[in-house]
Ligand binder design. Structure first.
Ligand code: ASP
Length: 306
C-alpha cells in the first residue's frame, strides 16, 4: 500500500507528482520533497515559497521542516531568506546529528554553503499586495495578520516507510523573526512509520499550544483510525482553547496511517488533496460537522472554476 495526503488545493499538482513516485515503488521522502517543491516553485501561491507574502518589513521569511518516520530524523529551518526550496534544505538538515534546526541568517548561510539554489523570493506581485496592505493598515487600523496557509505532505511508500514535510511563508505581515508551528516538531508535523504521520496548517500560535500533530499520531498509535484521531485531537483542543482562553484560531490537520487510511479535521473550511493505491488523486473540502465530526465532500467543478 502507498498513499499521500497534503494540505490545501494548491498541493494537488504536487500530490499527482508524489503519486507517480509512490506508485513506481519510489521513496516516501522523495515523494514529500517533490510534492512540496511544486508548491514552493509556483509563483501565484501567496503563502509558500516563491511568491509567498512577506513579513511586516517586506522580507519573505520562510519556514520548513522534514521528518523521516523510520529514523525520527528531523531537519528544519525558520526565517530563511532568498533560498528557492526551504523543504530541500530541511531534508538535508535532517541527516545531521547536530545543528539540525537552523534559523535566520544561520539557516540561509547553511543553504548557500551547501549549494542550494538562491533566489529572490519576493515577486513583484507579492510586493504589490504588501504595499497595498501597508497603506490599508495605516488608513483603517486593520488587523494585519491575514493570508496564510502552509503546504504539508504526509507520504507512505510501498516499503511501509513514512515521511512528512511542511513549508510556509507564515503569517502575512508577521513581525520580523516570528516563527509559527510549521518547522516545529509535534506541532506542525510528526511521523512514525510504525503508526502514521500528521501535519497542520492554521494559526501557528494556537497550534503550538496543543502539539496537535504529535497528539494525532499518538492517538492513532492507541488504535484510533486517522479520522477518529483527527476529530478527537482537533475538536477537543478547539474546545479547550475556547474554554480556557476564550477563543481559538483557525486550524486544520491531516493524517495518514501506515496502512494508507487517512483523516482530516478542521475548525474552518479546508481543502486538501489525497491519492492512495485505492484512490485516484482527488481534492476534497472539509468542514466541521456536528458532534465533533468532520464533513468531507469532493470538490465540485463549480468550486474549482470559481
Ligand atoms: N501554520 C502557519 C504559521 O502559523 C500558517 C498557516 O498554515 O496558515 O506560520
Amino acid at each position: 500500500m502507498w498513499g499521500t495526503i497534503a494540505t490545501w488545493r494548491m498541493a494537488h499538482d504536487g500530490v499527482i507528482a508524489a503519486k507517480d513516485i509512490l506508485a513506481g515503488n519510489g521513496d516516501c521522502k522523495d515523494a514529500v520533497e517533490t510534492a512540496i517543491r511544486k508548491v514552493e516553485d509556483y509563483p501565484y501561491y501567496k503563502s509558500v515559497g516563491f511568491g509567498g507574502l512577506p513579513n511586516e518589513r517586506g522580507i519573505v521569511e520562510l519556514d520548513a521542516a522534514f521528518m523521516d518516520g523510520d529514523t525520527f530524523q528531523i531537519g528544519a529551518v525558520a526565517g530563511i531568506t532568498d533560498i528557492a526550496n526551504p523543504i530541500a534544505v530541511a531534508r538535508k538538515l535532517s541527516l545531521d546529528t547536530f545543528n539540525s534546526f537552523r534559523v535566520g541568517q544561520g539557516a540561509t548561510e547553511y543553504a548557500v554553503l551547501e549549494g542550494f539554489e538562491r533566489k529572490n523570493m519576493l515577486t513583484p506581485r507579492a510586493k504589490k499586495i504588501w504595499e497595498k496592505r501597508l497603506a490599508e493598515i495605516a488608513d483603517k487600523k486593520l488587523n494585519p495578520y491575514d493570508g496564510h496557509d502552509t503546504v504539508c505532505a504526509v507520504a507512505l511508500d510501498q516499503k511501509q516507510s513514512m515521511a512528512v514535510g511542511t513549508s510556509s511563508s507564515g503569517l502575512f505581515m508577521k513581525k520580523s523573526g516570528r516563527v509559527g508551528d510549521s518547522p516545529l516538531s509535534g506541532s506542525g508535523f510528526y511521523a512514525d512509520s510504525a503508526i502514521g504521520g500528521a501535519a497542520a496548517t492554521g494559526l501557528g500560535e494556537d497550534l503550538m499550544k496543543g502539539c496537535l500533530s504529535y497528539e494525532i499520531v499518538r492517538l492513532m498509535g492507541d488504535g484510533h483510525t486517522p479520522q477518529a484521531a483527527c476529530d478527537r485531537a482537533v475538536y477537543g483542543f478547539d474546545q479547550q482553547l475556547r474554554n480556557r482562553l476564550g477563543k481559538a484560531g483557525a486550524f486544520s490537520l491531516i493524517a495518514m496511517n501506515n496502512q494508507g487510511a487517512w483523516g482530516v479535521a478542521t475548525n474552518v473550511e479546508f481543502t486538501f488533496s489525497v491519492a492512495t493505491e485505492r484512490q485516484a488523486p482527488s481534492i476534497f473540502m472539509a468542514t466541521p460537522g456536528p458532534n465533533q465530526t468532520t464533513v468531507i465532500e469532493p470538490i465540485t467543478q463549480e468550486w474549482l472554476d470559481a
